[in-house]
Design a protein around this ligand. Structure first.
Ligand code: FES
Length: 70
């Protein structure tokens, strides 16, 4: 069983649950002390790689939503 789960939320960010090491394009570790983070999927966050809620303001619709779980 995986210690980390990544869930594509409906028309929103990727929810990552579990301890992960997040690395930016320059190879630097991004501070994230939480075991639950939300990664931007819409591309419009001002706090990338994290979601800042902008997806709601712009009406982001995922073109390829993940299947429903449960
Ligand atoms: S998914 Fe939330 S700001 Fe991009």
């Amino acid at each position: 069983m995986a210690d980390v789960t990544i869930t594509a939320t409906r028309n929103g960010p990727y929810m990552v649950k579990g301890k992960v090491k997040l690395i930016d394009p320059r190879g630097n570790e991004v501070d994230s002390e939480s075991d639950e983070i939300y990664l931007c999927r819409c591309g419009h966050s001002e706090s990338k790689p994290f979601c800042d809620g902008t997806h709601q303001k712009i009406g982001f619709k995922a073109s390829d939503p993940a299947p429903e779980v449960g």
